[in-house]
Design a protein around this ligand. Structure first.
Ligand code: NAP
Length: 324
């Protein structure tokens, strides 16, 4: 008898066929409605769940007694109760590595867009305002040669830092749970306490995971430690920043600008003050959103499910304890 897999994310036709060779597939739409009999039946029989933005609750887990593996099509898993999965012996797999470079590209796009006012000035041109040569009030700031402060220096943080150091001659500072001597050697990066990094950096770029420790890591106090000319880039998770404090800081000129791919609540409310600020570049959480990378992430998730259900170690297992 084939094992059952619930799919709640986008798979290519080839990926769907690959999984279908081995397993019985059921596609369910998000958000899951646990009151629907067909949803309850699918969960009751499911051995694996694959998808992005998975709404994993205790109620859902209770309804899925045969679940062996959850494969999220993302590297972040802050929306998933890992300890609860581990307690139940359910493997959690994510998709690191394959999205690192693309997410770093998004981070650097935000660095460039905010510093050189790309979005604001492109809109100004489109609106027909370019009638004479520009004055200093329309100038931006240099990126080359400036100081890039990475808060979080894992896969994505290091990839952003490489762009800055090797492509733009930037000095790299980092604040991270553990030291990274190999990157210090490779990029000349220097480790700093967070408050020191905030005071020195021209660009503060957030790439820490969202955890109890990093929630609101950047609040009013931290923003006040930044230079008034500094720019905040967030490609981590919205909740790493106290969004109200950020709005306040931008309104009062405590910092110069912000480039944001992620927000406290997504989609961002159309009434958010962030949307009316010319010094804010807001993106709709597109860190990894390219055709190539999303395809690679879905493939990693497919591989993880296939291996896990066939009794082999999945490629990217978050809760190692479940393997033993
Ligand atoms: P990673 O390789 O695990 O890097 C995370 C880094 O943060 C690690 O170096 C870790 O330190 C450090 N860290 C963890 N907690 C910390 C703390 N409390 N204080 C200081 N440093 C801390 O993960 P990644 O692949 O780079 O991804 C990072 C995050 O980016 C993901 O969790 C996700 O939320 C976000 N992301 C966003 C998008 C997007 O679309 N915008 C796309 C992909 C990922 P150690 O090295 O010592 O463990």
């Amino acid at each position: 008898m084939k094992k059952n897999v619930i799919v709640m994310g986008q798979l290519s036709t080839a990926q769907w066929s690959e999984l279908e060779q081995h397993f019985q597939l059921v596609e369910l739409a998000k958000p899951l409605d646990l009151t629907q009999p067909e949803v309850r039946t699918a969960l009751d029989e499911a051995h694996a769940l694959i998808g992005s933005g998975l709404p994993i609750t205790t109620e859902l887990l209770d309804a899925a007694p045969k679940l062996e593996v959850i494969a999220t099509i993302s590297v972040g898993y802050d929306n998933i109760p890992v300890d609860e999965l581990t307690r139940r012996g359910i493997m959690l797999c994510n998709t690191p590595d394959v999205l690192t470079e693309t997410t770093a590209d998004t981070g650097f796009a935000l660095v460039m867009a905010t510093a050189r006012r790309v979005v604001e000035l492109a809109e100004w041109v489109k609106a027909g305002h370019w009638q004479a040569s520009l004055g200093p009030d329309m100038f931006g700031s240099d990126v080359n040669g400036k100081t890039l402060g990475m808060v979080g220096f894992g896969r994505i943080g290091q990839a952003v830092a490489r762009r800055g150091a090797l492509g733009f001659g930037m000095k790299v500072l980092y604040s991270n749970a553990s030291p990274k001597p190999e990157l210090e050697k490779e990029l000349g990066a220097e480790r700093r306490e967070l408050n020191e990094l905030l005071a020195e950096a021209d660009f503060v770029c957030l790439t820490v995971p969202l955890t109890a420790e990093t929630e609101k890591l950047i609040g009013a106090e931290q923003l006040a430690q930044m230079k008034t000319s500094a720019i905040l880039i967030n490609i981590a998770r919205g909740k790493v920043v106290d969004e109200n404090a950020l709005i306040d800081a931008l309104e009062k000129g405590v910092i110069k600008a912000a480039g944001l791919d992620v927000f406290k609540q997504e989609p961002l409310s159309v009434s958010s003050p962030l949307l009316t600020m010319p010094n804010v570049v807001a993106l709709p959480h597109i860190g990894s959103a390219t055709h190539e990378t999303r395809q690679a992430m879905a493939q990693r998730a497919v591989d993880n499910v296939r291996l896990a259900l066939q009794g082999e170690r999945p490629i990217s297992l978050v809760n190692e304890e479940t393997w033993t």
